[in-house]
Design a binder for this molecule. Structure first.
Ligand code: GAP
Length: 460
């Protein structure tokens, strides 16, 4: 693990962002729990996405169940094709993704299919990372299987959904009719998805249980390319404006050849520069008529939209935006993490979250625990708490309290001092610049909200 990642993982545990799941039992490989600050950050990211995607008249929200009729996954192509190429170490039985081993050996696997990768590994005579022989490559299906009801036979098999998208497709007509929507319109949802990934690594980046935020936009066939470009632009703006990710850390990746998923006509990823390398955070896919067409075929029910004007039935095309909530959290944490030397020998760690998604917005700090300062500070806390996530701290030297807030990314610290008692002002200290200014207590909410809206990442 890189030095930065080690520091970030350690900070996340120490400060209550992310804990290892079932840690007292030695942990469950690459499963993570969100602690008090982590869950706040995650919820803020999800809320920001939900507002951006559904607070508009052409997108509706739903929350579909994780377990779905197993035919769903036959129709979607997941039973047949949702697999990764796998090889095993013949001695230790450790499993590896073929494409990852090839990449580590310096091979560019872009556009390579299973056959080509299998041939390449033979040609190179690649061994496992422990130097042992590898098994022949095979395809490994990533869906988790379980059973519904008390009998564990083949008739009771169900899958934990590997993507939230299918819950949207099967509800296309329900939503369209209930909400009297016309094309183009979208359906959005946030929810857990599960993939039995062969290798999990890089903290929250690739896990077996994760959350997705997906939106399917149903359009007239022939209009898909226009909407594909529209959603690419919208989604990129959300990264820079809502999450405060500098454009210098983002890039586009176009899927070509065998890289294109079985359902996609065209696909672009928005990538982020993680400390361990460039990685996909969101996929924007032109899925054409694949999914609705397949559900018509497998369910025997028609999935067409009735166009009142032309009196014709239309099978819509679909543009999808698909992003991991967990992977976005990983990106936001990595983007925020910074170490700065303030003056010689004085190092501070600071999490530069966009204030709108920071877990805590304001810390309220009486300079000393006497002279009526805690009482005034408590009154400010009571005034602000209904509007903002605030944190009250009266323990320790003020400098140390500021640093504790920097480390968890609190954008504003309000300090109540002796001047407060005479002129009803406090100092407001900004996390990034560390600049301090006096503000009237009565103006605090407006000032804080104003500053949150104009915030920019220092590298933007
Ligand atoms: N419905 C399309 C779909 O699921 P995907 O590219 O397989 O597309 C979309 O996944 C997003 O879900 C990814 O860009 C990533 O952010 C997130 N994701 C996928 N697999 C993940 C995993 N194992 N752990 C965390 N996030 C994952």
């Amino acid at each position: 693990m890189s030095d930065t990642m080690e520091k970030l993982v350690s900070l996340c545990k120490r400060k209550g962002f992310i804990f290892q799941s079932s840690e007292i039992y030695g942990g469950l490989n690459r499963c993570w729990d969100y602690g008090p600050l982590g869950v706040e950050l995650l919820r803020n990211i999800k809320e920001s996405w939900w507002r951006a995607m559904t607070y508009r008249e052409d997108v509706e929200g739903i929350d579909a169940s994780i377990l779905m009729h197993p035919r769903t996954w036959e129709a979607s192509g997941h039973v047949e094709g949702f697999s990764d190429p796998l090889v095993e170490d013949r001695k230790t039985n450790e499993r590896f993704r073929l494409d990852h081993l090839l990449e580590e050996a310096g091979v560019d696997v872009t556009g390579m299919g299973f056959e080509e990768m299998s041939a390449k590994i033979l040609e190179l005579g690649l061994k496992s990372p422990k130097g042992n022989e590898l098994t022949n490559p095979r395809q490994f299906n990533l869906m988790f299987k379980t059973h519904v009801g008390p009998v564990e036979d083949s008739a009771s098999v169900v899958y934990l959904r590997p993507e939230t998208a299918q819950g949207i497709f099967v509800n296309f007509l329900n939503v369209q009719q209930a909400m009297r929507q016309k094309l183009p319109f979208g359906i959005a949802q946030i929810g857990k998805a599960f993939r039995n990934e062969i290798t999990t690594k890089n903290f929250l980046f690739r896990t077996r249980e994760f959350e997705q935020m997906e939106m399917q936009y149903f359009v007239m066939p022939g209009e898909d390319e226009k909407w594909f470009d529209y959603w690419r632009e919208q989604r990129y703006r959300w990264f820079t404006e809502a999450l405060g990710i500098p454009a210098s850390r983002l890039s586009w990746h176009e899927h070509v050849g065998a890289e294109l998923a079985h359902y996609a006509k065209a696909a672009f990823d928005i990538q982020f520069e993680f400390p361990f390398g460039t990685g996909e955070v969101e996929g924007i896919h032109n899925r054409g008529q694949f999914d609705l067409g397949r559900h018509e075929e497998y369910s025997g029910k028609q999935m067409k939209f009735f166009n009142e004007q032309t009196k014709e039935k239309v099978l819509p095309s679909v543009v999808e935006t698909s992003i991991g909530a967990s992977r976005s959290t990983m990106m936001v944490l990595a983007n925020a993490f910074a170490e700065e030397e303030i003056k010689e020998g004085d190092l501070r760690t600071v999490m530069r979250f966009h204030p709108r998604i920071a877990p805590l917005k304001v810390a309220i700090l009486p300079l000393v625990k006497r002279d009526g300062m805690p009482e005034v500070a408590r009154r400010i806390e009571a005034d602000l708490r209904p509007h903002l996530r605030v944190f009250y701290d009266e323990g320790g030297a003020i400098g140390r309290r500021y640093r504790r807030m920097d480390e968890v990314g609190t954008p504003f610290c309000l300090t109540v001092d002796s001047e407060t008692l005479t002129d009803d002002t406090v100092t407001i200290r900004e996390r990034d610049s560390m600049a301090q200014e006096r503000v009237k207590i009565a103006d605090l909410l407006g000032v804080i909200n104003g500053r949150m809206d104009i915030w920019k990442h220092p590298e933007s």
